[in-house]
Design a protein. Structure first.
Length: 346
């Protein structure tokens, strides 16, 4: 069926007294076209403008009414026609829905084939087939298939994309290895620089950053070494000054003793067995002097000069001075002999 028979008579619109209407409109327009608006005539001008607008609107409203009446047969026809063909549209919609369902099933089958191709072509490679999911819909178009069999152009297209991804992985591994080797050679961790590579930085940019960091670390270590060396030298100088001070004080103390005492002390230093015996006796008497035995007046007082050598190690200068004070309170006299002087006199 391809026939649609309709008969209609074109409506005729006739304006009565057309020339008279045009003359009236032209007369009104001409009477107001050269109107000069002034401050004094402002009120009359506004009134005239309102009247002209009212006239224009009434004429336009009449035109709309006439057009509506003129189109009434057409409007009635369109309403009837839409209702008449509604059942046809329903049939088309039903068939279209069925076609779309079949096409969706076929496309699902084609997408399945594409996924299988991706898995097959990425097997035994480091490429993850899931990263190509955004391409699947386009690859699954019917134009890329003969029924359900993929065309060569589809296989070539998928292979090309996978090869490109393989190359990216190889380039990434090479760049990562270069960064790791460079960091290893400079004894620094590569972790932060690999992150920079993952964020999109180029190898040349990363190498420049590593070089700058290595130089900074080298300068920092050199400054730290210089600081430690300066501190070591300062400490050595302080120890040297302290040793010189102690030696000078010992010499001053030694020079204050009588000459025969110094000679006897020298002889005593040359007799280690006597020194050790005297040291034991002195320790014994010192121990008794600090005991709680009651004091006994000696029957007879003897005066003698006893030279004793002690090799005593103190924790600090204050402990040594405290011991020296105790001995001097007991009537003893201390002569400190530096190690180098003892060796010289042996």
């Amino acid at each position: 069926m391809n026939e649609f028979n309709v008969t209609f008579e074109p409506a005729k619109i006739e304006v009565l007294d057309r020339e008279k209407f045009e003359e009236q409109i032209n007369s009104i327009a001409q009477a107001n076209s050269n109107r000069l608006v002034t401050v004094e005539s402002m009120a009359d001008d506004k009134k005239t403008r309102a009247e002209l607008r009212k006239l224009s609107k009434s004429l336009n409203d009449e035109k709309i009414r006439i057009k509506k009446e003129y189109n009434q047969p057409l409007t009635e026809f369109e309403v009837w026609f839409k209702k008449a063909v509604a059942v046809l549209d329903q049939a088309i919609s039903q068939i279209d829905s069925g076609i779309k369902d079949i096409e969706a099933e076929q496309k699902a089958e084609r997408k399945k084939v594409v996924h299988e191709l991706l898995v097959e072509l990425t097997t035994d490679t480091e490429v993850d087939s899931r990263i190509f999911e955004n391409f699947v819909d386009d690859w699954a178009k019917s134009s890329n298939f003969n029924d359900i069999k993929p065309k060569k152009q589809l296989i070539d297209s998928i292979t090309y994309v996978i090869d490109g991804e393989k190359q990216k992985i190889a380039e990434y591994k090479s760049a990562k290895q270069s960064i790791s080797d460079f960091c290893f050679g400079n004894n620094i961790t590569s972790t932060p620089y690999i992150r920079m590579l993952d964020s999109g930085k180029t190898v040349s940019e990363i190498m420049a950053v590593i070089t700058e960091d290595v130089l900074f670390e080298k300068q920092r270590k050199e400054a730290e070494e210089k600081r430690k060396e300066a501190e070591k030298q300062r400490q050595a100088e302080l120890e040297k000054q302290q040793q010189e001070y102690e030696t000078r004080k010992l010499e001053e103390s030694f020079n204050a003793l009588p000459s025969h005492v110094g000679q006897e002390n020298a002889r005593a230093l040359s007799q280690p067995e006597v020194v050790e015996h005297v040291k034991e006796e002195f320790d014994k008497k010192a121990s008794q002097s600090h005991s709680e035995l009651p004091y006994k007046e000696p029957e007879q007082i003897y005066h003698a000069v006893i030279l004793v050598e002690f090799d005593i190690k103190f924790g600090d200068i204050e402990a040594k001075d405290e011991w020296k004070k105790d001995i001097e309170k007991s009537g003893g006299r201390i002569k400190e002999v530096p190690v180098w002087e003892k060796i010289k006199n042996i």
